[in-house]
Design a protein around this ligand. Structure first.
Ligand SMILES: NC(=O)c1ccc[n+]([C@@H]2O[C@H](COP(=O)([O-])OP(=O)(O)OC[C@H]3O[C@@H](n4cnc5c(N)ncnc54)[C@H](OP(=O)(O)O)[C@@H]3O)[C@@H](O)[C@H]2O)c1
Length: 253
């Protein structure tokens, strides 16, 4: 029995040049899926590819905030892969900004990649003849910040809460076409994004973050395991939900 086998599945992974997107791309390849690695940094995408198994993966270097290129993007992917079976949107930015400096321009930058790019990707992914009519899965990457407050996280939290809202309606709209739509909400995972955070904090402040997670902070592979499951046929009865993967962060009072 090959639980979560992704043989024959063509999966788009944004943010594949780093952190969670890289770990997921590597795992999907180990489960026999074929991956289209999407990001801006070509050298980093090449590095992800060098860590993967199997053949037939492709790299597409694109700024996902340039929506005018999505027609080209999906044309290129479907020309290479044919029908698609999965879309995971990891690409995102987190700006830590107290509300007094949260200008609309900063909020717009986060919304463009965290939310608008996801909705635009979904719009193209769900076009006729793009997803396999036998079934496909979409995963948005939210955050515990969507539900738990913290100073200077207002803008980021808005973008992630909006994603969670979007997946519920998308799931209802897409169910007749056998397209499942879910989001995952990670706690603090040790990725490049968080190395930057760590470097700005004192050891005590960073230890406090770790202590808010009863099981400690996560590793990118922890998140990749959940995403691979959601992409697989074993998750065929799961849609329209947000799954927390947070080492117990949300369980605390
Ligand atoms: N790490 C955590 O603890 C944590 C917790 C909760 C939620 N999340 C969420 O998980 C996702 C991934 O986080 P991470 O820690 O893996 O972050 P990361 O290491 O900083 O990676 C971010 C990725 O987003 C891509 N990206 C950003 N802007 C882009 C754009 N305009 N066009 C194309 N690609 C773009 C980057 O690609 P290029 O550099 O190649 O452009 C990079 O691959 C994010 O949405 C984040 O909010 C992370």
């Amino acid at each position: 029995m090959n639980f979560c086998d992704l043989t024959g599945k063509n999966i788009l992974v944004t943010g594949a040049s780093s952190g969670l997107g890289r770990a997921t791309s590597v795992l999907v390849s180990k489960l026999n899926g074929r991956v289209c690695l999407i990001g801006r940094n070509e050298a980093a995408l090449d590095e992800t590819l060098s860590m993967m198994e199997g053949a037939g993966h492709i790299i597409i270097s694109i700024d996902l905030c340039d929506y005018s290129r999505y027609d080209w993007l999906f044309g290129a992917v479907t020309a290479e892969f044919g029908m698609l079976h999965g879309l995971v949107h990891f690409a995102g930015v987190r700006k830590t900004l107290p509300v007094k400096v949260l200008k609309t321009e900063s909020l717009k930058q986060m919304l463009e990649i965290n939310l608008n790019a996801f909705l635009e990707l979904v719009r193209y992914f769900t076009r006729k003849h793009v997803p396999d009519p036998e079934g496909a899965a979409i995963v948005a990457v939210s955050s515990v910040s969507a539900l738990r407050g913290a100073p200077a996280m207002t803008g980021y939290a808005c973008t992630k809460a909006a994603l969670d809202g979007a997946v519920r309606s998308l799931a209802c709209e897409m169910a007749p076409r056998k397209i499942r739509v879910n989001s995952i909400a990670p706690g603090h995972v040790e990725t490049e994004m968080n190395v930057a955070v760590k470097n700005t904090l004192s050891v005590e402040a960073y230890n406090q973050i770790i202590q808010t997670h009863p099981l400690g902070t996560g590793q990118p592979t922890d998140v990749a395991n959940l995403v691979a499951f959601l992409l697989s046929d074993e998750a065929r009865w799961i849609t329209g939900t947000t799954i927390f993967i947070d080492g117990g962060f949300m369980a605390r009072s």
